[in-house]
Write a protein that binds this ligand. Structure first.
Ligand SMILES: Cc1ncc(COP(=O)(O)O)c(C=O)c1O
Length: 379
């Protein structure tokens, strides 16, 4: 077939390529300067000013390799979460740890379990390790934890539970997660992916729902890795830094598998500073909670079914093929994510932006809706 097809590994031959939202430079030139990107769940306020300040000196010392163990950051995270330093592993984005976990725990013949319509990177990390991904069915846009447990077999080593989930934005509460963890067999490690933790914790407080006490499970010795990231509420997605909290022995095995110096000194400095900026987090999270409501109501008024979110994005069923709708929105200068690739061809995911960005998004959606022949049937 080609020169290298027979030479590369089976996973490399068979893996699908991840397609991120198209970067603005691939948009028509007249749209680029005003494009509002609500397609990648990024932070509309950017990084913390303290992180930006910390980057300068780190850049000036960029001739040196970074601290491979991220000791200062691990120490700070360990103190914050009430765990030992050995129970924290910092990686290049939390997806970096997903890959390490798969390389460490999976191999051909072994599998990981998650739900349908969960975070796409799980499949990529699992397949790259030669393992198999089993996807349990969902129930009403929510995870069916019983179905996930039913899918586990003797060859399962990992369960991925994004909480809240991307792209549905749904969340499993403390009681559900406690019960779930008590049922997981001993040969399986659960990965509780809390990339949207800060947003979910705020919604949980507002709605008087208990968000899972995942770190307490780690403290009690559960076979559990909790993933957190600096990419979302902290606004450092471009620097690639995240971490996991879990059993020290397992994280030490993962650490052996990592690429040397994979977390840059600039990312470590920014993350250390960002952790101290509670003002920035408060701004980001309170905007998100208020704007989730406004954007959700606005999209519902157009006849879209909006699933209540626990994260920084909305999952909307638009009742028609979402790809052309997303394209029309892009032409209006607003980029959202159509979810055909997740098996939800009539759904879009819209990142919650600033008040101004969300207003522009709603204006554009309304314009398209009013021009559509189906408008009178829907609303
Ligand atoms: C469920 C989930 N986990 C993790 C991440 C982010 O990973 P990273 O820390 O590698 O940026 C995302 C980002 O979209 C996500 O949706």
């Amino acid at each position: 077939m080609s020169r290298f097809f027979d030479l590369v590994s089976k996973p490399a031959r068979e893996m699908e390529t991840y397609l991120p939202a198209p970067p603005p430079r691939r948009m028509p030139e007249e749209i680029q300067p005003r494009l509002i990107r609500l397609d990648s769940n990024e932070n509309p306020f950017g990084p913390s000013p303290r992180a930006i300040e910390a980057i300068g000196p780190a850049l000036a010392a960029a001739q040196s390799y970074p601290d491979d163990d991220c000791d200062e950051l691990r120490g700070k995270l360990a103190a914050r979460h009430g765990v030992s330093v050995e129970q924290v592993l910092v990686t290049a984005g939390s997806t970096g740890l997903l890959s390490l976990l798969c390389q460490t725990m999976l191999a051909p013949g072994l599998n990981a379990v998650t739900s349908k319509r969960s975070f796409v990177v799980y499949g990529m990390a699992v397949h790259a390790s030669g393992g198999q991904l089993i996807e349990a069915p969902m129930r009403d846009d929510h995870f069916d934890l019983a179905a996930i447990l039913d899918a586990v077999n003797e060859d399962t080593r990992l369960i991925f539970l994004p909480n809240p989930n991307n792209p549905t934005g749904t969340m499993c509460d403390a009681a559900a997660v406690d019960h779930f963890l008590s049922q997981v067999p001993g040969h399986v490690v659960v990965v509780l992916d809390e990339a949207y933790y800060e947003f979910a914790a705020r919604f949980a407080a507002l709605r008087r729902v208990e968000y899972p006490n995942s770190i307490e499970h780690v403290q009690r010795g559960a076979s559990l890795i909790v993933l957190r990231t600096f990419s979302k509420a902290h606004g450092l997605a471009g620097l690639r830094i995240g971490y996991g909290i879990g059993p020290a022995e397992l994280l030490a095995y993962c650490a052996r598998m990592r690429n040397t110096f994979s977390v840059s000194s600039v990312a470590q400095a920014a993350a250390l500073a960002a952790l101290d900026d509670s003002t920035h987090i408060e701004r980001v999270v309170s905007n998100n909670a208020a704007q989730a409501q406004i954007l959700g109501v606005g999209l519902s008024e157009l006849g879209y079914r909006v699933v209540p979110t626990w994260a920084n994005f909305l999952y909307c069923d638009v009742g028609e093929d979402a790809a052309p709708l997303a394209e029309r929105l892009r032409q209006q200068g607003v980029s959202v994510r159509p979810l055909g690739g997740w098996g939800a061809p009539e759904c879009i995911r819209v990142t919650i932006g600033t008040q101004e960005q969300n207003r522009s998004c709603l204006d554009a959606a309304r314009k398209i809706h009013d021009a559509s022949p189906r408008a009178d049937r829907r609303s």
